[in-house]
Ligand binder design. Structure first.
Ligand SMILES: [Zn+2]
Length: 226
């Protein structure tokens, strides 16, 4: 009995944690019906694999492995090995919070979920043409959109340098309950390996626009923000 009440005492904590991670993954959204051209309301999984449909990649659970560039630290993400130029997809909708060069991540994008709880970090994007041209700091991205391209930039204080040995997407997911956790020593990064495997079931199909020299998603989704 004591044990049971103890678990119940932690219920709110677990609920808050699970909600912070999974809360934005399922919900209502509108998607265009290709035949009728009308938007239909749907309920379900509204997050996508970070790798575009039809592109392959390999990965293993490398969360917590040690890294040595700059200073000794642990790996707070999952590396998805693939070909340079593979379109990278926004897993969840949100705001572009960070975009540009970082000596560790190279060309990287940070996207914050609308509820503010999840921060997706996509790093080592392609040299010369890392981002989809519509990506700027502050812009809104929709789940399934092409945000950039896989590459091997990073590990350099100089911009636009390929200094990563194997082309891959570094994917990180930070949970932010309180704004003070965003930077500094109390950051919470979760192991996304199983999440990436789970998202294989929902890939975003893309097409190439020759004039724009850019890939775009074939999805037509309107997100409903809570
Ligand atoms: Zn990595």
């Amino acid at each position: 009995m004591e044990e049971l009440s103890q678990n119940m005492a932690n219920y709110d904590y677990y609920l808050e944690s699970y909600n912070a991670i999974l809360g934005g993954f399922i919900g209502t959204y509108e998607i265009k019906n290709a035949e009728t051209n009308l938007y239909e309301k749907k309920y379900g999984l509204k997050v996508f694999s970070p790798i575009a449909g039809g592109y392959s990649y390999s990965h293993y659970d490398d969360f917590g492995n040690s890294r040595s560039y700059g200073y000794k630290r642990v790996h707070l993400g999952n590396d998805l090995m693939g070909s340079i130029g593979t379109p990278i997809i926004a897993i969840e909708s949100g705001y572009v919070e960070a975009c540009g060069w970082n000596q560790y991540g190279g060309w990287r994008i940070g996207i914050r979920s609308f509820d503010g709880l999840r921060y997706y970090y996509y790093a080592h994007l392609r040299k010369d043409h890392p981002y989809n041209s519509e990506i700027v700091e502050g812009s809104i991205v929709t789940a399934g959109d092409v945000i950039g391209y896989l590459g091997m930039t990073g590990y350099s204080t100089k911009e636009n340098v390929n200094n990563i040995n194997v082309p891959h997407l570094h994917l990180g997911l930070q949970i932010i309950f309180d704004p003070v956790q965003k930077d500094g020593t109390n950051q919470i990064w979760i192991d996304v390996y199983h999440l990436v495997n789970f998202l294989r079931q929902n890939t975003s199909a893309v097409y190439y626009d020759k004039e724009a020299k850019e890939y775009y998603s074939k999805n037509d989704i309107i997100n409903e923000r809570d």
